[in-house]
Design a protein. Structure first.
Length: 407
């Protein structure tokens, strides 16, 4: 049983790189949380602060409501699984798993019980007497997990544990790790740059960019209701289509295009503050309905056409690439229609899945929230105040930098 809380956790490295800003999350017991984001966004730094391998510059970190900021790594009851899982080559699988417990002077019978239990969960029982070199990549990765499981930590931390495996094995290990997590039941934090891993494995996802949390939510919530353009573009393959354009006279005109896209009454009511402003129309490739699809009829009033420039055949799926004005567009559809490069095709927008974003703030436009009012409020803040706040922030960063250099 372990809850993990991070409240306004920050990391300022020596030299002033502010790698993590105000990281705040309450993680429930048994949750499987994924930190996902592009390289350099601060995922590993956050994980290493939780493990105690990196000092927390400021903010608070709790395990089971006990403040852990200054606890030594070994006192945190945390196990970490890395992508490079160096097993001891001269030891058997059994001894690799038992080693940490032997060091801790756990009684032999207890070690035996725990190793055999972990081996059963990991389906490694037949291999306990083998050396690592006689195992497959996936089996070795499971032994690495086993070394952590036998310790019965409160929290598992995994830093891109699958990135050294080939594509097929990675897919298999994804569901293996989820199964193992369900059986062991320990709170798990999993770092990955691979949004598919995050989507398929986690109970909740934390999407990060440039050291800031962008969104925390269940996978489908993040997929269906991304809070901004970054999240919308990062989660999902191919990425969501973004049509930059303008809303006027009840229609949306994509930049550089002669075509207009009709808007529904509901959409117009949602977007009433955005008329004549630049905005972004977001629609996922699978929510564009091809002209020959029987569902086309239903949304045909909301359709547009595109010349097919590239066709990607993925077996069951076809991705057609083209352009609408200045905007690149991809439609993803079942591989059962005859289309060739150069064809001009029609596609309809599956209205319930259309999303809209403020071009200036990049935030999603949602009911009951007006971004433009917020911008006005921020602008009207006393200029001096803004400067003072900026100075204070800079000062703080310098102070922490100095403090960490002193140590
Ligand atoms: P991610 O795991 O998301 O790829 P990291 O947490 O490794 O990102 O890095 C976040 C930022 O902190 C990056 O800009 C990286 O260059 C910087 N960084 C990481 N480690 C150090 C360090 N020891 N000293 C200074 N900067 C660092």
């Amino acid at each position: 049983m372990a809850t993990v809380k991070l409240h306004n956790v920050n990391k300022v490295y020596d030299g002033g790189v502010h790698a993590v800003h105000d990281f705040t999350i309450d993680i429930n017991d048994r949750e499987f949380i994924a930190f996902v984001g592009p390289s350099g966004c601060g995922k590993s730094t956050t994980l290493r602060m939780i493990a105690g391998l990196e000092e927390i510059s400021y903010g608070e970190f709790y395990i089971d409501d006990v403040l852990m900021n200054s606890a030594a790594p070994k006192d945190r009851d945390i196990a970490m699984v890395f992508q490079s899982y160096a097993l001891y080559p001269q030891m058997t699988v059994y001894d690799n798993m038992a080693y940490a417990l032997k060091l801790r002077k756990v009684p032999k019978a207890e070690i035996d019980r725990r190793v055999k239990e972990a081996a059963a969960i990991l389906k490694l029982t037949p291999y306990l007497n083998r050396k690592p070199r006689a195992l497959s990549g996936g089996q070795r990765q499971r032994v690495a997990l086993g070394r952590s499981i036998v310790r019965r930590p409160k929290v598992f931390l995994m830093d891109e544990p699958l990135s050294n495996l080939d594509a097929k094995l990675r897919v298999a290990m994804r569901s293996e790790i989820v199964r193992i997590h369900n059986e062991v039941g320990a709170t798990t934090i999993y770092v990955t740059h691979d949004q598919i891993e995050a989507m398929t494995m986690a109970t909740r996802i934390v999407v990060m960019k440039d050291g800031f949390i962008q969104q925390i939510g269940e996978p489908n919530e993040i997929y269906q209701h991304p809070v901004n353009l970054f999240v919308a573009g990062f989660i999902g393959t191919p990425a969501m289509n973004f049509l930059y354009g303008k809303l006027e006279n009840g229609v949306f005109t994509p930049n550089g295009s002669e075509q207009t896209i009709k808007m529904s009454d509901d959409q117009m009511s949602l977007l009433k503050n955005y008329v004549n402003h630049g905005m972004v129309y977001g629609i996922r490739p699978e929510n564009l309905i091809f002209q020959d699809d029987e569902r086309f009829e239903r949304y045909k009033d909301y359709s547009f056409s595109m010349k097919v420039e590239i066709i990607e055949l993925l077996g069951d799926i076809l991705n057609l690439h083209g352009k609408v004005g200045d905007n690149k567009v991809i439609i993803k559809m079942p591989n059962k229609y005859a289309v060739k490069v150069g064809d001009t095709i029609k596609m309809a927008i599956e209205l319930p899945y259309a999303r809209f974003f403020n071009k200036t703030t990049t935030n999603a436009i949602v009911e009951g929230h007006n971004d433009y009012e917020e911008i006005e409020v921020t602008k009207s803040l006393d200029e001096d105040n803004v400067t003072i706040i900026a100075k204070e922030k800079k000062g703080l960063a310098k102070l922490f930098d100095k403090l960490s250099k002193k140590k």
